[in-house]
Each structure stands twice: as structure tokens, then as C-alpha cells.
Design a protein around this ligand. Structure first.
Ligand code: PRP
Length: 218
């Protein structure tokens, strides 16, 4: 099936919208509870999903309304949603609300606290035909190491088109992902100032995984 080409399109898509700005403030606020944090990640993921799917190709689908037959539309390509464990899990339901027919493939990566390099600990991609378009989900793009590794794993599987959906991103991670894998589209709700010396996004929102799963260990 044809895959939309992006060669002459920019690869970075910041999502600017009043709802995004307000929900982001809730997310960044350190007093936000874990349950509100999860709900806010869901809301932002819906908005991000809406923006990142605007160029999906469609094909005709014949139906009958209660009044008469008509030709409607359905998505053409086989879509994969790929959350990076753990934090990406919180974005899955929003994506599935938008694309109920999508396949979900999990990639387990964590960032080593000493080196800030990603460590791959789980994936179960099938040996058969890859999905045609993959949406990689992770609330945070910091150094970019996890996103790059996830995209490389998907490219090894044979995925032709990949869109990275992150809620907040650091300029350093965006620059690195664009340099190493310029074909990847990056959709993000915010581009923050920088990384600190521990490679955390500034001003950021802390550790998304811990805040989502209430494992901050207070
Ligand atoms: C965080 C985040 C990304 C990664 C971003 O995950 O959710 O996966 O770090 O950092 P990077 O761009 O520098 O690679 P973390 O390692 O904390 O794992 P978790 O989701 O299990 O909490």
C-alpha cells in the first residue's frame, strides 16, 4: 500500500494550542497527583494523536446509512502504536480512542541512571510483515537515546514510516534524533529549554514514569 512521503516536509511538528498550554501546566506542576497526571497525559495524547494523524491516507468504504447507500472512508494503511515502557503506556488509550483498529507493540527501554544511555529489555515484534506506519509513544524526549533506539528497532523490523509522539522534548534530543534519523517525524506538545547535568528536561515535569505510576517513593 502507498505510504505518504515526507521528503520535502519538515520533520518537527510542535503542537501549539491553548488547551495544550493549559494541560501542560497541570502536568508540570509538582503538586499534581498521580491520577491527575495520568488523566492529563491522556488528554494531551489525544490532542497530539489528532495532530499527528492528519495526513493518514484513506480509502473508500461503501456503507448504507438508514436513509441510503453511500461511499465513506476508512484508513488505508496498517497502523502500529508502539509505547516505550513504562511511561509510554499512559499514552496508548488516547491513541486507541483515535485509531481503534491499530495494533499495539511494546518496546521496553529504560535509561541507565549513570550513563543516560537506553537499555533494551523487552520487545516482541512479530517475525511477519511490519506495520506500515508506526506511532512511537513516550511522554519525554530528553537526550533522544531511547527514541532513536526505538525507531532503529522498528526500522530493523521493516517499518517504512515512523512518527515519534512526545509530550515534552529537549532541544538536545530533537537535534540528535533529527541528525541521526532525519526521516522520523517528531510531534511534540512542548520544546523545553535544555537538559540539566543529570540529563533531565528543564523546566520539564520530573520523571514521567514515576509520576504516572506513583513510584516516586515519597
Ligand atoms: C524516560 C522517558 C523516556 C526516556 C527519555 O524513561 O520516559 O523513555 O527516559 O530519555 P532519553 O531521551 O534521554 O532516552 P525512563 O528511563 O525513566 O524509564 P521509565 O519509563 O520506565 O520510567
Amino acid at each position: 500500500m502507498p505510504i505518504p512521503q515526507t521528503n520535502d516536509m519538515p520533520s518537527l511538528f510542535p503542537l501549539e494550542h491553548p488547551l495544550v498550554s493549559c494541560h501542560l501546566t497541570t502536568l508540570r506542576d509538582k503538586t499534581t497527583s498521580s491520577s491527575d497526571f495520568r488523566a492529563t497525559v491522556h488528554r494531551l495524547s489525544m490532542l497530539l494523536a489528532f495532530a499527528a494523524t492528519r495526513d493518514l491516507l484513506m480509502t473508500d468504504r461503501s456503507i448504507e446509512t438508514p436513509i441510503q447507500p453511500m461511499v465513506g472512508k476508512m484508513l488505508l494503511n496498517r497502523i502500529g502504536v508502539v509505547p516505550i515502557l513504562r511511561a509510554g503506556i499512559a499514552m496508548v488509550d488516547a491513541m486507541l480512542d483515535m485509531i481503534p483498529t491499530a495494533e499495539i507493540w511494546h518496546l521496553g527501554l529504560y535509561r541507565d541512571e549513570e550513563t543516560a544511555k537506553p537499555v533494551r529489555y523487552y520487545d516482541k515484534l512479530p517475525p511477519g510483515e511490519p506495520v506500515e506506519i508506526a506511532f512511537v509513544l513516550d511522554p519525554m524526549l530528553a537526550t533522544g537515546g531511547s527514541a532513536i533506539l526505538a525507531c532503529e528497532v522498528l526500522q530493523e523490523w521493516g517499518v517504512k514510516r515512523i512518527k515519534m509522539l512526545s509530550i515534552i522534548s529537549a532541544p538536545e534530543g530533537i537535534e540528535r534524533l533529527q541528525r541521526q534519523l532525519p526521516e522520523i517525524e517528531i510531534h511534540t506538545c512542548a520544546i523545553d529549554e535544555c537538559l540539566n547535568d543529570r540529563k533531565f528536561i528543564v523546566p520539564g515535569l520530573g520523571d514521567a514514569g514515576d509520576r504516572i505510576f506513583n513510584t516516586t517513593g515519597r
